[in-house]
Design a protein around this ligand. Structure first.
Ligand code: CP3
Length: 346
């Protein structure tokens, strides 16, 4: 039987609305913090046993309708030749942002980047996928993921979470270098997602979180052709492909036209507008994750308003507009998941 999350991706009718949350495995959970007391973030990403443990925990704890591989959009960068670390992100300390000691600044730096071989360079990710599938026993589907070329490039060029000025300047001053970089990051994304699917991932989400930084001309020149290639690779592999970005409300139809089965929307636009504009793809979102920091009944009421507005037409997946935040009370997460499962349109 098709699981309700996969059915919703395919715009088929479901018995009840599916719900999962980005960063559903993370620091808001006491069980995750206990694991991070013992191991650093990258160490965690390199242990198939721990990957399976933290991926499956929120399914057991909250009853989400999909699991998402625990990893990061930057895990492959060391295999490309970049010196990646998570600052302050070691042994128990939170808020560790990514840092790249040798960022890419010119054509020679781009030419030196290697395309990773997932089987050789990232076996723990693929073993993690297999371990998760074994632990899940078919209860819910597993979502694999990769970062979008623009979002990954922003870390690679800036050297960390330092904005977008250097990368955007590269687009205008050195467009050939920028294209060469996006080409390599696209190839790296495609091999990784193909291998995750071969190992057992049953859907794929492309995290292009910061794409809203670009205007329409830059999107067309520097992003959309690459995203279309990643979407095509996933579709060829036979699983649904989900776009995730923020600040993309002005470009929803164009995103859908790139070949995605599901388009995510953040909290900056009415969900009913997104659904009306995207009759031929599924839509995922759009609760502001900050709402979950407030009182439980407010969070539940806001979730209900979104479901009411999204409407009963098949092809809607309840999610947040961006990831769960570390101070979120676990009881709010539980209450919202239960409210989604209990929801019926009047
Ligand atoms: O959604 C999931 O739970 C799956 C796992 C996942 C993580 N990161 C775990 C993580 C996924 C899909 C990501 C994607 C990711 N990583 C993105 C795009 C999605 C988004 O949130 O916009 C980005 C930009 C990154 C890069 C990254 N990783 C940053 C900027 C940081 C530091 C900020 C932060 O939240 O700590 C990370 C670390 C990270 N990735 C954590 C987790 C659970 C926290 C690590 C810790 O335990 O200290």
């Amino acid at each position: 039987m098709t699981h309700r999350f996969i059915a919703a991706c395919r715009r088929q009718p479901v018995d009840r609305l599916p719900v999962w949350m980005m960063r559903q495995a993370g620091r808001y959970q006491p069980s995750y913090r206990a694991v991070r007391q013992k191991v650093g973030f990258l160490e965690l990403c390199r242990s198939p046993e721990l990957i399976a443990q933290v991926t499956v925990a929120p399914i057991d704890e909250f009853g989400f309708d999909a699991a998402i591989l625990f990893s990061d959009i930057l895990v492959h960068l060391p295999a490309m030749g970049l010196d990646l670390s998570f600052e302050k992100g070691e042994k128990g300390k939170g808020d560790g942002g990514p840092k790249i000691a040798n960022p890419v600044r010119n054509r020679a730096d781009v030419d030196a980047l290697k395309i990773p071989s997932p089987k050789k360079d990232l076996p723990y990710v693929l073993d993690g996928v297999r371990a998760i599938r074994t632990a899940l026993q078919g209860r819910v589907p597993l979502i694999g993921f990769v970062g979008g070329p623009f979002t990954v490039a922003s870390y690679v060029v800036e050297g960390g979470s330092q904005g977008f000025t250097r990368l955007k300047t590269m687009l205008y001053a050195e467009p050939k270098t920028a294209h060469a970089l996006f080409e390599k990051l696209t190839q790296a994304a495609i091999v990784q997602i193909e291998e995750q699917i071969a190992a057992g991932a049953e859907a794929a989400q492309i995290f292009e979180s910061w794409l809203g930084e670009l205007d329409r001309f830059d999107l067309e020149e520097f992003s959309f052709p690459y995203l279309a290639r990643i979407a095509e690779a996933v579709r060829k592999a036979g699983v649904p492909v989900i776009f995730f970005g923020t600040g993309m409300g002005g470009h929803l139809e164009r995103i859908a036209s790139l070949g995605f089965d599901v388009v995510s929307v953040d909290w900056r636009m009415p969900i009913e507008d997104a659904r009306a504009r995207l009759p031929n793809v599924a839509v995922q979102g759009n609760l502001d994750s900050t709402v979950l920091l407030g009182p439980k009944d407010v969070a539940v009421e806001r979730a209900r308003r979104i479901m009411q507005a999204a409407g009963p037409k098949p092809g809607y997946i309840f999610n947040l507009g961006h990831g769960l935040q570390p101070p979120t009370p676990v009881e709010n997460v539980k209450a919202v998941v239960d409210a989604v499962h209990a929801f019926n349109w009047k």
